[in-house]
Design a protein around this ligand. Structure first.
Ligand SMILES: C[S@@+](CC[C@H](N)C(=O)[O-])C[C@H]1O[C@@H](n2cnc3c(N)ncnc32)[C@H](O)[C@@H]1O
Length: 473
C-alpha cells in the first residue's frame, strides 16, 4: 500500500469511529420485516445471477465458524433496517467527496455491527493505472463490459463499491416494501450514484414474474432483481440456506453479461466492501468480459430454466449446441472419489490421479469451464498427488495455478502467497506418503534412475496449458 492510500485508510478509520447509525423510526418504516418475513420456504432469489462462488476450501469450515449471534432479531421494531455502513454520515464528510464510492445498505443492525467489526474496514479500493475495461453496446444483448487491454489469469479487471446492498430473498407471501426501502436508499446516495442505479437495465418490471413476487410494477425493485449479485461472505443468519443472505448492485459490475463459458468471476471483498472481478483465463484486448450468473456445470435445460425467470435465452457458444455441451458436462466429475481410491489402493500407479485430472482439465479448458469449482478441485488433486509423491517443484507449479484460481474466485491473495512458498509442500502431512522405496531414496538423497516415476513436464505446465505426463526412466 502506498503512502497516499495509507493516509486515506487512516482517515477513513478515524472518521468511521465517529459513525452514528440512524435509527429507523416507526413513522418512517411502517412495515419493518420480521424474522418470519425472511424465513419462509417459499422465498425466491432476488439475484438472477445468485452466483454461488463456492469456495474450494471445504464448506464445513465456513459453516462451523459462522457466528450464530448474527441471527435476525425478532424485536424488529427497534431494528435499523436501512443503515449506512460504508462511510460516515455528513457533516463529517460529504458523501460526494468519497473517492471510493458510497454503498447504501438495506440490512439488519446485526449485519451492520458485524461489518463494522471487520479488521481494517473499509480498506481502500485497488485502482489500476491503465483502465482494464470499458462499457459499450454489444451486438445483441444490450450493454456489456469489454477488455481495454490484455489480461492474464487472476488479474484484477474491476474493483468497485456497490451502489446498493440488500436481502437476497424475501417471502413472496409477505412481501416487504422493497420499493420503499430502495427509494430511501437512493435518496441517501449521492445524486450521481443514484442516477447510475436508475439507469440500469430492468428485465423484471411488468413481467409475469413481477406479478407473482410482490414487486408488481415497482421499477427500483425490478432493477434490483435484474442486477443484484450474491454477496457470498456476508450473512445474518444460517448461511446454509438463503435466509439472511445479501446481494448487491454495482454500477459497472451489473453491466457484465453472462456466459456459460465465462472468462471472469465476480467476488465480494468484505474488507474493502467491494466487488472484485478477475480474469480466469487470458483475455485479449477488445474481448467481451463475461461471468457466470449460475452454476455452469448444470445441464443446458436447468440453466435455461434459471434464465427464463429473468427473460433471456443465453446466446453463449455452449448454448448454441446444447446436446454437445451437455455431453461434455456429463463427463466432468469431482476427483474426490478417484483420489480416495488412489490413497486406499497402493497397487494403483503413482500418476493415477494426475492422468485423470489432466484429462478432465483438458476437457474443461476446451469447453471454457475454468469458472467451475470442479476445475479448482482437479488443480488441487494434481497438487496433492505431487505432495504425496514427494515432488515439491511440481506440487508448487500446480499449487500456484490453484492459488490463482482461488484468487479469481474469492478475491483473496492469501492462498496464492501461501502456495508460492515451495517449503509449504514438503511440510505437508502427506509429503512423500506415496513414494516407493522411500527409505532407499532418502539414503541415496536423490531419485532412483530406474524407478518408474511420472511427472508433469514443467515447461508445458505453464498457465492455461495442460502439462504432458512423461516417464522418468
Ligand atoms: C445484469 S444485466 C447485464 C447488462 C445488460 N446487458 C445491460 O444492458 O445492462 C442482465 C441482462 O443482460 C442480458 N444478458 C446477459 N447475459 C446474457 C446472455 N448470455 N444471453 C442473453 N442475454 C444476456 C439479459 O437481458 C439479462 O437480463
Amino acid at each position: 500500500m502506498d503512502r497516499a492510500s495509507d493516509t486515506e485508510a487512516e482517515r477513513i478509520r478515524d472518521l468511521f469511529e465517529n459513525i452514528t447509525i440512524e435509527e429507523a423510526h416507526d413513522d418512517e418504516v411502517s412495515d419493518v420485516p420480521t424474522e418470519s418475513d425472511f424465513s419462509s420456504d417459499k422465498t425466491f432469489r432476488l439475484a438472477p445471477n445468485a452466483l454461488k462462488l463456492r469456495s474450494l476450501i471445504p464448506a464445513t469450515k465456513r459453516t462451523a465458524s459462522h457466528p450464530k449471534r448474527f441471527s435476525w432479531s425478532t424485536d424488529s421494531k427497534t431494528e435499523n433496517v436501512i443503515s449506512n455502513i460504508s462511510q460516515p454520515y455528513p457533516p463529517l464528510i460529504a458523501r460526494e467527496d468519497f473517492d471510493d464510492g458510497w454503498t447504501e445498505c438495506i440490512i439488519r443492525l446485526g449485519t451492520n455491527n458485524k461489518i463494522k467489526q471487520i479488521e481494517g474496514f473499509p480498506m481502500p479500493l485497488q485502482r489500476s493505472k491503465v483502465p482494464a475495461y470499458h462499457i459499450k453496446e454489444t451486438d445483441d444483448i444490450g450493454l456489456g463490459m469489454f477488455a481495454a487491454r490484455r489480461m492474464g489469469i487472476s488479474d484484477l479487471i474491476l474493483n468497485e463499491r456497490p451502489l446498493v446492498l440488500g436481502p437476497l430473498t424475501v417471502d413472496p407471501n409477505k412481501p416487504i416494501d422493497m420499493e420503499g426501502y430502495l427509494e430511501k436508499a437512493l435518496n441517501r446516495l449521492p445524486a450521481a450514484r443514484a442516477a447510475k442505479y436508475r439507469a440500469l437495465f430492468d428485465c423484471h418490471t411488468g413481467t409475469e414474474c413481477a406479478e407473482g413476487d410482490g414487486s408488481g410494477d415497482s421499477t427500483l425493485f425490478g432493477i434490483f432483481r435484474t442486477n443484484a449479485f450474491r454477496v457470498d461472505n456476508l450473512y445474518d443468519s444460517d448461511p446454509t440456506d438463503d435466509d439472511g443472505l445479501y446481494c448487491a448492485v454495482g454500477e459497472n459490475t451489473s453491466r457484465i453479461n453472462h456466459s456459460c463459458r465465462p472468462n471472469a468471476l465476480v467476488s465480494f471483498h468484505l474488507e474493502s466492501f467491494s466487488f472484485q472481478v478477475r480474469a480466469i483465463r487470458q483475455i485479449e484486448e477488445g474481448e467481451e468480459i463475461a461471468i457466470p450468473y449460475c452454476d455452469i456445470m448444470l445441464p443446458h435445460e436447468e440453466r435455461d430454466e434459471i434464465f427464463r425467470n429473468f427473460h433471456f435465452e443465453c446466446v453463449c457458444q455452449s448454448c448454441q449446441d446444447p446436446a454437445a455441451s451437455n455431453a461434455i458436462r456429463s463427463t466432468i466429475t469431482s476427483p474426490s472419489a478417484i483420489f480416495k481410491q488412489w490413497l486406499d489402493d497402493r497397487s494403483l500407479p503413482g500418476d493415477y490421479v494426475i492422468r485423470h485430472s489432466l484429462s478432465q482439465i483438458d476437457t474443461m479448458l476446451r469447453e471454457g469451464m475454468e469458472g467451475s469449482a470442479v476445475y479448482g478441485e482437479h488443480l488441487q488433486a494434481i497438487m496433492e498427488s505431487y505432495i504425496c509423491l514427494g515432488d515439491s517443484g511440481l506440487a508448487s507449479i500446480w499449487g500456484v495455478k490453484l492459488g490463482r484460481a482461488l484468487l479469481a474466485s474469492a478475491g483473496d491473495t492469501k492462498n496464492l502467497e501461501l502456495m508460492s512458498d515451495v517449503h509449504l509442500y514438503s511440510s505437508h502431512q502427506a509429503w512423500q506418503s506415496r513414494m516407493k522405496n522411500k527409505s532407499k531414496k532418502k539414503r541415496k538423497g536423490k531419485k532412483s534412475k530406474g524407478q518408474k516415476e511420472r511427472h508433469i513436464d514443467n515447461a508445458s505446465a505453464e498457465d492455461g496449458e495442460v502439462g504432458n505426463v512423461s516417464e522418468d526412466e
